[in-house]
Ligand binder design. Structure first.
Ligand code: SAH
Length: 273
């Protein structure tokens, strides 16, 4: 009975995602008006600084970085692409994988100009912002594939996608709480993706705090599971991770988006036991 309820919840989420519009999502969250790099207290500078720090502390290393639930977005691998020689992008939806492919092919037709993000990460690395073209080239060089993933499946990726040892590091932004009907499903999904990671590998997890919905296109309202920091810590522990740190960003009142009701974001660095 309980299992049936859980399956229905996950199926309802998958149905909601059929309306996901990559262009609208990018516009709502990452267009220049929203991702204003002049505002030092903005979410994007905060997120990129967390990722930069996590990837440059020296403990995160290896060959393969997997981004879980990339969506149509690339900012989350802009620091990691300098550390890893192979980066695998993944998403549940073909429309998002297609959007990422069009950026990779660089022949126009891409809905998003990632230049300000690339420039900002170059500056974090102590390089001039003009080095963004080199970073874009590096990113295009290390992305090995863009594949389907389902975090609600005990085996989220097709069998032959990863080497048997697993990935050296996972990054995942705004995927688990946005794809899960409730906290139990969120925790299970953390466990599922952990199977992709080698023991001793790192998880860098970004997510919203207390968000109940976001808009993923005109009239496409996606319900999400509102989580708090204590719940995230408990879910990590239950799913076999050891927390290294959790940081919290609170959205300034004048920067609240009209496309969601999220008051904050968390960033987690954890290690798989
Ligand atoms: N990481 C991106 C996108 C987050 S939006 C960013 O930071 O902008 C949430 C993403 O979760 C969407 O791309 C959606 O396709 C994906 N998603 C939805 N259901 C999923 C599932 N069952 N498994 C994996 N990803 C899923």
């Amino acid at each position: 009975m309980e299992e049936q309820g859980a399956e229905n919840g996950v199926a309802d989420m998958a149905a909601c995602y059929q309306g996901f519009d990559p262009g609208a999502y990018l516009q709502n969250n990452y267009s220049p008006a929203i991702a204003d790099f002049e505002r030092k207290d903005g979410l994007e500078p905060w997120k990129l600084a967390c990722l930069h720090r996590a990837f440059t502390e020296g403990d995160v290393r290896g060959e393969l970085l997997v981004d879980v639930g990339s969506g149509p977005s690339l900012y989350q691998v802009m620091s990691g692409c300098e550390v890893f020689n192979k980066v695998l992008l993944t998403d549940f939806l073909e429309v998002n994988r297609q959007e990422l492919r069009s950026w990779l092919q660089d022949e126009g037709g891409c809905s998003m100009d990632w230049t300000p993000f690339l420039q900002h990460v170059c500056k974090l690395e102590g390089r001039p912002s003009s080095a963004w073209t080199e970073k874009a080239a590096r990113l295009r060089q290390v992305i090995v594939d863009i594949v389907h993933i389902d975090v609600h499946s005990p085996q989220p990726l097709a069998l032959d996608v990863l080497p048997s040892a697993g990935a050296d590091c996972l990054v995942s932004a705004y995927c688990l709480e946005s794809a899960s009907p409730d906290l139990a499903a969120f925790t299970r999904a953390l466990g599922h993706i952990g199977r992709l990671l080698r023991p001793g590998g790192h998880l860098l997890l970004i997510g919203t705090l207390g968000m109940t919905y976001y808009m993923a296109g005109p009239g496409v309202k996606i319900p999400t599971v509102p989580v708090n920091a204590a719940q995230v810590c408990a879910s990590l522990k239950e799913s076999g991770y050891t927390l290294i740190r959790l940081e919290v960003y609170r959205v300034p009142q004048d920067m609240m988006l009209c496309s969601d009701d999220s008051p904050g974001t968390f960033f987690v660095k954890a290690i798989k036991e």
